[in-house]
Design a protein. Structure first.
Length: 102
């Protein structure tokens, strides 16, 4: 998994928090709300989250940790190198073609 540069994450998180404060101060301003939502979307893309609040929390965790520990935390368990294959053996690609395509 590729991770964004910590400097960029910190910059976007600061931008998101700043616009959050402005939006809370004037919630009826459509321009402010749109800019706040744009900053949240950017943070979502950077952190791979669907919700801006989750993205902000993930950015804070990422900035506090090392890249390796962040990845382990995201998966919920330590990475292992063993691969376990369950099920029937995989056949060659030619054997798996649909008869309709022949």
């Amino acid at each position: 998994m590729l991770l964004p540069a910590k400097a960029e994450v910190a910059r976007q998180l600061r931008r998101y928090r700043a616009w959050e404060r402005v939006m809370l101060a004037s919630p009826d301003d459509r321009t402010v709300r749109a800019t706040f939502e744009d900053s949240g979307y950017t943070l979502c893309v950077l952190m791979g989250k669907r919700c801006a609040r989750e993205a902000a929390e993930a950015a804070e965790r990422y900035l506090r940790s090392s890249a390796g520990s962040y990845l382990q935390e995201q998966n919920g368990r330590p990475r292992t190198t063993a691969v376990v294959h369950r099920g029937p053996p995989v056949t060659a690609a030619a054997d798996r073609r649909s008869p309709a395509g022949r």
